[in-house]
Write a protein that binds this ligand. Structure first.
Ligand SMILES: Nc1ncnc2c1ncn2[C@@H]1O[C@H](COP(=O)(O)OP(=O)(O)OP(=O)(O)O)[C@@H](O)[C@H]1O
Ligand SMILES: [Mg+2]
Length: 225
């Protein structure tokens, strides 16, 4: 599968914004994009300002949300706990098969994890295992500000230890006028992580705005076009 898997240094760090910006920008170039996310939790507590992840990713690609995510849970919990509380038996192979089916006929796949890289989907199967099973290289969404160096380098180290290739880091949302610490964080992560560090400006949830923001990411260099 050609594409990338967007993980993050934490939950709520901007993975969906980065993934949706990639999906929208690639779709705007005429590519058929398959967004995939193994599981979405928190359907009981929707944010009135933002669509659910699979809804936004689907809208950005022009595909139905059910094609993006085969598994959803109501409580806003780690997937393994949401599944255990609901009594559902989660079969990792079925999640991978659903992603492969969604990717059929597509030019490029953009995945999104849930939470960070070591979040359990089941007690024996982490988001990192799912990324490995899809065979996609990683893009790490990270905050621009204080604390991001440690979180980002830990994520990169954990990815590489498992044999995942890291295409790059995206600091998000990147301000129009970054301060000295933010600029330093970008340089420091690039140097210590030996990785490209791109940035994503603030974008709304409209597909055109996401496409405009995503167009500034290094789509060619990351082999996505
Ligand atoms: N480039 C950006 N433009 C606008 N908002 C952003 C951007 N980057 C991060 N954010 C903010 O970060 C918050 C979380 O973003 P997002 O939903 O993408 O996180 P996530 O990592 O996908 O979370 P989850 O773990 O729930 O999937 C949003 O409410 C948004 O306001
Ligand atoms: Mg998300």
């Amino acid at each position: 599968m050609r594409g990338a898997f967007v993980t993050g240094t934490d939950t709520g760090v901007g993975k969906t914004v980065v993934a949706a910006a990639l999906v929208a920008a690639l779709s705007a170039r005429g590519l058929r994009v398959a967004p995939v996310k193994p599981v979405v939790t928190g359907l009981d507590e929707p944010d009135p300002e933002r669509p659910l992840d699979h809804v936004l990713l689907g809208a950005a690609a022009g595909v139905p949300p059910e094609r993006v995510t085969p598994l959803t849970f109501g409580p806003a919990l780690s997937p393994h706990l949401a599944a255990e509380l609901s009594g559902a038996a989660v079969e990792p192979a079925a999640l991978v098969a659903a992603a492969r089916a969604a990717a059929e006929g597509a030019d490029v796949v953009i995945g999104e994890g849930a939470g960070g890289l070591l979040v359990p989907i089941t007690r024996g199967y982490l988001i990192r295992d799912y990324a490995l099973d899809l065979g996609l290289p990683l893009i790490v969404a990270a905050r621009p500000g204080l604390g991001t160096i440690n979180h980002t380098l830990l994520t990169i180290e954990s990815a590489r230890a498992a044999g995942l290739r890291v295409l790059g880091v995206v600091l998000t949302p990147w301000p129009a006028e970054p301060d000295a610490m933010q600029r330093s964080n970008r340089e420091t992560i690039a140097a210590l992580g030996e990785v490209e560090v791109a940035t994503l400006r603030r974008a709304g949830v409209e597909v055109a705005d996401l496409a405009g923001a995503g167009a500034a990411l290094p789509l060619e260099r990351w082999g996505l076009t």
